[in-house]
Design a protein around this ligand. Structure first.
Ligand code: F6P
Length: 472
């Protein structure tokens, strides 16, 4: 029986070492939830990095034994591979380029070489487990070369690829010295998926202009095979978020936090620490709002949660300093003995705490400079059980294509962001509920389970279509 192999840079489990003992914590991520019911079935499996460097062979064996019980197999990365493949090429070359921050991108041959080697390492691990007719679903920008590496060894396999971050326009993508190799790597898949129609369009245009392959309606003909490119906006586990928001524990936390925050208006801001998220611009907008609307002094609090991320990468370290400084400056300028305009947390917090934050916030400020999808805004909407609340959302987030009932802003337009904040904080309740209801309907229907089955169904369709093209 053919099986499904899921491959991503990180496994849905996180490994940590404490007092010489290995600790396994399950990932809360949307992908892990959506695919959870699939990879644990029968012979299916998930292959990826367990999130820490383990060089000791005995320890590696223990990890393999432990996680294989849950249908997972690890790819162990060395310290140098983490540095050059994960922090380096993935997050200092591809990430900035794909998020339109190409001025931050570094182009180094050594990093590229390690990126190729690690993609090959993933391929070798997969080949230990795969049979010729299996389905392999590869995820994200760390593994762009893997589809072709797999195709070479398993010509009949069904291979899907999904990119969770944006695909930039041709003019930006072409800046990469290894642009052709990257596209050729992706073209090994039968189905290439993106969050939005625009990402898909950009990819097709790069393939056409750099490699010369064309086609119609998302189909690409390479001369020897056909593959499909399509968009699949990823959803969240809507039920999980609305159930947690209804739990006794979260209601209690909300009550307690509301008292502690103390203001009638609460704005929430939650992101990983990343320059693509537009955190400094958001802080500037909040500062300008306080300047322009002094009647809100003492009446509004920005609860800002920043989750540490990729802190070995230089640009992330610099951003941390910038955010710390801005928060300090704004609080220093406006705080009084009873009120701090910004409550700032730099850590990750459990789901129940996030849920209580979502519940108590009458405004969510989600203003990335660029984001493949953005799931925080979807989690906020799913947690608003009383439908009171306003979402301010950047046009540059993939989610804005589905959530047109949010107040949509351009994150470079600080002035508009200030006015959106004012509009949100003064919006009549009936209007809030009307918009929230529309967004909830959309997200309930297009949830993570819908996303997974849509992608898998389309992948099977591509295989059938390829067969009919070959015989015609
Ligand atoms: O959004 C892309 C993504 O790679 C997600 O898959 C992941 O949850 C997030 O960025 C954080 O990435 P990292 O694995 O670098 O911590």
């Amino acid at each position: 029986m053919a099986k499904l192999i899921i491959v991503s840079n990180r496994l849905p489990v996180k490994l940590q070492e404490k007092d010489g003992k290995l600790k396994y914590s399950p990932s809360e991520g949307g992908l892990a939830t959506g695919l959870g019911s699939i990879y644990k079935k029968k012979d299916n499996l998930w292959i990826g990095w367990p999130g820490m460097v383990i060089e000791d062979e005995q320890k590696q064996k223990t990890v393999i034994e432990e996680i294989r019980k849950d249908n997972m197999y690890p790819v162990f990365l060395t310290e140098n591979e983490v540095k050059e493949f994960y922090e380096g090429f993935s997050n200092e070359t591809l990430w900035p380029t794909f998020h339109y921050f190409s001025q931050y991108a570094i182009y180094e041959q050594d990093l590229w070489d390690t990126y190729v080697e690690v993609n090959q390492k993933y391929c070798d691990e997969i080949l230990k487990h795969a049979s010729p007719n299996d389905t392999i679903w590869v995820h994200d920008y760390q593994l762009l070369l893997l589809p072709s590496m797999l195709r070479e060894k398993l010509p009949d396999a069904t291979i899907g690829f999904f990119q969770h971050i944006p695909f930039p326009s041709y003019e930006v993508f072409r800046l990469l010295p290894w642009r052709k190799e990257i596209l050729e790597g992706m073209l090994g898949a039968d189905l290439v998926g993106f969050h939005t129609y625009d990402d898909m369009r950009h990819f097709l245009s790069s393939v056409n202009r750099l490699i010369g392959y064309g086609g119609m309606h998302g189909w690409i003909n390479t001369g020897t095979r056909s593959l499909l490119v399509d968009s699949f906006p990823m959803g969240i586990d809507y039920e999980k978020y609305s159930e947690v928001a209804a739990s006794e524990k979260v209601l209690k936390l909300e009550e307690q936090y509301r008292k502690n925050v103390g203001t009638e208006n609460i704005i929430i801001s939650i992101d990983r620490l990343d320059y693509s998220k537009g955190i400094p611009q958001r802080l500037q907008a909040f500062e300008m709002f306080l300047e322009r609307y002094p009647e809100f002094h003492g009446k509004v609090t920005l609860v800002m949660l920043v989750v540490p991320s990729r802190d070995a990468v230089e640009k992330y370290k610099e951003l941390k300093e910038e955010v710390d400084e801005l928060v300090g400056r704004i609080n220093g300028k406006y705080s009084d003995i009873n009120w701090n305009p910004i409550q700032y947390f730099y850590r990750s917090l459990p789901l129940e705490v996030l849920s209580a934050f979502y519940r108590m916030a009458n405004v969510a400020l989600v203003t990335p400079m660029r984001d493949g999808m953005n799931l925080v805004c979807k989690e906020y909407v799913a947690s608003k059980l009383d439908q009171k609340g306003v979402l301010i959302l950047s046009e540059m987030a993939g989610a804005s294509k589905e959530l047109s009932d949010a107040l949509l802003i351009n994150p470079n337009d600080i002035n508009k962001m200030v006015e959106a904040l004012h509009e949100a904080l003064t919006m009549p309740e009936e209007e809030q509920k009307m918009h929230m209801a529309v967004m909830q309907d959309t997200l309930k229907r297009y949830n993570i389970h819908h996303w997974v089955s849509l992608f898998m169904d389309r992948l099977s369709y591509v295989k059938i279509k390829q067969m009919s093209l070959e015989t015609s």
